[in-house]
Design a protein around this ligand. Structure first.
Ligand code: DAK
Length: 271
């Protein structure tokens, strides 16, 4: 196992202060680790996260990624103490969080958010940037920025609205109320809810299942779903169809289909 945290360059790779990164069994597990602030997202944490994801994107030993927090909090939002004194010109000129968001959303490998406890504001937005969310029964989601005199700004309104519909997105963003795990599952915000004790087992098992597939088809699926989020349906369907056609140029398509016919497990080679 490669575990990177704190000042431990002797372990090779990059050392991080606000996250812990483990690569094991083809899974890259990234744990947000600012316990003193409920994993509030400051610039250092977000930059480390972007950097760890970029490394995972390049590392053949990371075939799927899981982002998680602690039992208490996935992340309680962007760091309010960091933002409190800022003025418009500062956040606008610095284009606050834009690069940091891009560093997460440009990752082509699948990312699962394993969420326990609070997932609020920027923390909820981060979870929604992932490809899907597996939630512990202790998870609480919310966009409480309205309580601070601001509003969500890292895609929270657009993404939540698409996932749970306009009515619930409005309800959450305007009232700032929290949504418990079972409502989040009913509403389509999370893929599944599991007992808190089983969260990491379930999330890593899902990641391991994905890691066994051909990463060409996995990345094509991710790309097609994300494209569908952004373009009109006709365009999305055409893009999906063409990617489907393109997969017939891969050896893994032959292997997958022949393995089915020969009643054996496929041996994908990402080719
Ligand atoms: N930021 C900074 N510190 C935080 C924090 C946060 N978001 N959330 C919690 N903490 C800190 C608390 O201040 C406290 O620190 P100390 O006082 O001990 O030093 C420590 O974590 C423990 O928190 P509590 O004592 O409050 O713990 P409780 O169990 O009583 O309550 C809570 C937990 C999560 C319900 C509560 O801490 C809470 O309501 N936290 C704030 C939640 C919130 O409002 N989240 C939204 C933040 S605003 C942007 C795009 C997006 C955003 C910003 C910019 N751009 C494009 C520019 C996003 C904004 C947000 O996310």
């Amino acid at each position: 196992m490669t575990a990177l945290h704190g000042d431990s360059p002797e372990r090779g790779g990059m050392a991080y202060k606000n996250i812990i990164v483990d690569i094991e069994d083809n899974i890259c597990l990234i744990r947000l680790d600012r316990p003193e602030a409920m994993n509030a997202l400051n610039l250092d944490l977000l930059r480390e996260l972007g950097s760890a994801l970029g490394e995972a994107q390049k590392n053949d030993k990371a075939r799927a990624i899981v982002i998680t927090g602690s039992e208490k909090a996935f992340a309680a939002g962007a760091d309010i103490k960091l933002m409190a004194d800022k003025c418009f010109v500062e956040v606008f000129a610095a284009d606050l969080f834009t690069e940091e968001e891009r560093a997460i959303t440009r990752i082509r490998k699948p990312i699962i958010a394993a969420v326990a406890g609070y997932s609020l504001g920027g923390g909820c937005e981060l979870a929604m940037m992932c490809d899907f969310i597996i939630a512990a029964d202790t998870a609480k989601f919310g966009l409480p920025e309205v309580n601070l005199g601001v509003m969500p700004g890292m895609g929270g309104l657009g993404r939540l609205s698409r996932l749970v519909g306009r009515a619930k997105a409005m309800d959450m963003a305007l009232t700032g109320r929290f949504m418990e795990a079972d409502e989040a599952e009913r509403s389509g915000l999370v893929a599944r809810v599991v007992p808190a004790k089983k969260l990491m087992e379930e999330a890593t098992a899902a990641a391991r299942r994905i890691a066994e597939k051909s990463n060409v088809s996995v990345m094509a699926i991710k790309e097609a779903v994300h494209r569908a989020d952004e373009v009109a349906l006709g365009e999305a369907l055409m893009f999906e169809r063409r990617l489907f056609h393109a997969l017939f140029a891969t050896e893994d398509q032959k292997e997958g289909m022949n393995a089915f016919i020969e009643k054996r497990e496929p041996q994908f080679r990402d080719k």
